[in-house]
Design a protein around this ligand. Sequence first.
Ligand SMILES: [Zn+2]
Length: 372
Amino acid sequence: MHVNQDRLIQIFFELVSISAVSKQEKPVADYVREFLKNNNIQVFEDQTGQIVGGTSGNLIAKIYPGAKAVPSQFCLAAHMDTVKPTTGIKPQNQDGIICSDGQTILGADNRAGIALILYLVESLKQQASHIPFEVVFTIGEETGLYGSTHLDIDRLESRTVYILDSSADPGSFVYAAPAAIDFTINFIGKASHAAVNPQAGINAISMAAHLIQNFEVGKINDDTTINLGKINGGEANNVVPALVTLTGEIRSFLSEDIENSFQDLVKQLKRTEKMFSGKYAIKREEAFPGFILDQKSDAICRIISCFQVIGLESKPMRYHGGSDANILNSRGMVAIDLGIGAKNPHANDEYITVQDLLTMQKFLQKLVAAGN
Ligand SMILES: [Zn+2]
């Protein structure tokens, strides 16, 4: 298994040099389409761009050897958007560590994933046979998981998707992620002149403060986290505030923990309401669904055996964030996020090592190798 390091890095540098944030993925989609076309691969663009108001939809292509169309066994996926623009990027290879000059993000999240897939496709041209598979390039991952939410999955033959988007080291893969709900609380007090007639008012800020003091946030247990994220309210220094809005989230690997925590919150709100003779209103909505995959499933056994062959320790992990994997798992696919080693995502000191790129490329080559 030989990997042409210079070519792999070249593709990666070309990709990060294209600035394309969420819902403005067209330039990078054009690059991907052109690249695949040059390898005689047809690309399908789904409707997601129109649905969410983006400049491109998700791209889907089938990679199969020769003319015989056998069903694809799995998809490889990566997202096309970066969290911030990469305009003016100066990507550099400093003794095996690829980074920007510190003025921009590197964009390894997730252009490294795209580069790995494109290099793989190009390298398969020289091979007589390999396992047929599909590739999926999604949009709008960073700002709302739009691409996976609207992905035209009827276009796909396979129901297993390996997403090359975790910042963990190669060999790591995500088998579980929490579900999350968002909530918005309105504390409704009563306005009154703060000096002339304060006793007629009900202070909504005091209500919010009481709740905040009595409701536990942070890491509640190994499975569950709660956050109060944003607060807003009041009018002027001489007015007893009548309205405070407080928002937050509850995340857990266990759905009953989400319910229990939410009920605790409601209980505290009722106490607060009673104590201040004010009112509250609470609204909740699902932020994203969670998943726990069977570690003995075919989809997971397949990657574990490939890691083994290339001498890499496999590390199943739980990831507390939300990603395209959450959405695709909830849509009836088996979606597994794989660590590719892109470190410090979203920051200007983001980097990825050449070694990790090469390791992941070797893994992919093994994954699609005939007879595997
Ligand atoms: Zn990402």
